[in-house]
Design a protein around this ligand. Structure first.
Ligand code: AMP
Length: 222
C-alpha cells in the first residue's frame, strides 16, 4: 500500500528515537532522509573554522545558530528528488527554524510541503538511559544500544560485519542534561506551532523499537 504521508518531520527530545525511527521509515517507504545531527557531525569533523565552531557547540549540548542551520537546510532541501518523499530528523528545532522551513518549502518546493509532524513522547528518565547506552557502528553508522539493541553476534555489526563501534561525544550525562534544557526552552514551543496547523501526531515513544515503529506505521499508513 502506498503511504498516506510522505512529507514528514520527526520531533522529540534527545534520545527519543528520532534517528532510529527515521531509518525504519526511510527503509520501508523509501524516503529521502535528512538528519541535521548527522550533517553537523560531519561538519564538526572537518579541520576548518566552521568545523571547530560547530564541534564546540555540539559537544557542549548547545544548538548551532539558526542562520547556520537554515543555510545548511536550504542546500539539503534542494537535493531531494522531486518524486521522492522525505523525512526531516532534527530540524526544525526552534520556532524561527520552523518558520524558515515554511518559507523555504513555499519558495523551493511548492506542492511538496509538510503533511505530517510526528512527535515522539519519551519521559526524561528514559531519555537519559537511552542516550547513555547507545553506540553506532564506526563503519556504516548502524545504531545500537547496550540494553535495547545489541548486535546479533556480540561485537560485530549486523549490517556490515565490522567490529568497531563508537559513541557520540555529546552522549555524556552532563551534556544530556544540558540538551534536555535546550530542548525544553527552544524546541518545545515548536509543538503547538504544528498542532495549530493540524499537522501534529503524538506517538508514545516508550517501548521496543518495533512496537514504536508499528505505531508510526499505523499513522503513516504504509
Ligand atoms: P541530534 O543528532 O539530532 O541529537 O543532534 C545533535 C546536535 O546537533 C544537537 O544537540 C545540536 O547541538 C545540533 N543540532 C542538530 N540539529 C540542530 C538544529 N536544527 N538546530 C541547531 N542545532 C542542531
Amino acid at each position: 500500500m502506498a503511504s498516506l504521508y510522505r512529507h514528514i518531520v520527526i520531533m522529540g527530545p534527545p534520545g527519543s528515537g528520532k534517528g532510529t525511527q527515521s531509518a525504519v521509515l526511510t527503509e520501508k517507504i523509501g524516503l529521502y532522509n535528512i538528519s541535521t545531527g548527522d550533517l553537523l557531525r560531519q561538519v564538526s569533523a572537518e579541520d576548518t573554522p566552521l568545523g571547530h565552531e560547530v564541534k564546540g557547540l555540539i559537544d557542549k549540548g548547545n544548538f548551532v545558530p539558526d542562520e547556520t542551520i537554515v543555510k545548511v537546510m536550504q542546500e539539503q532541501l534542494a537535493k531531494i528528488p522531486e518524486e521522492k518523499g522525505y523525512i526531516l530528523d532534527g530540524f526544525p528545532r526552534t520556532l524561527p527554524q520552523a518558520k524558515a522551513l515554511d518559507e523555504m518549502m513555499a519558495s523551493q518546493m511548492p506542492g511538496r510541503g509538510l503533511d505530517l509532524v510526528l512527535f515522539l513522547q519519551v519521559p526524561d528518565a528514559y531519555v537519559i538511559e537511552r542516550i547513555i547506552g547507545r553506540s553506532k557502528c564506526a563503519h556504516c553508522g548502524a545504531l545500537y544500544h547496550e540494553r535495547y539493541k545489541q548486535p546479533k553476534v556480540f561485537g560485530i555489526c549486523d549490517v556490515c560485519g565490522h567490529k568497531e563501534f563508537e559513541r557520540r561525544e555529546d552522549d555524556t550525562y552532563e551534556t544530556v542534561l544540558l540538551r534536555l534544557q535546550k530542548y525544553r526552552k527552544l524546541t518545545e514551543p515548536v509543538i503547538p506551532y504544528y498542532e495549530d496547523k493540524g499537522l501534529l501526531v503524538c506517538i508514545d515513544g516508550v517501548g521496543p523499537i518495533d512496537v514504536v515503529a508499528e505505531k508510526i506505521r499505523q499513522v503513516v499508513g504504509y
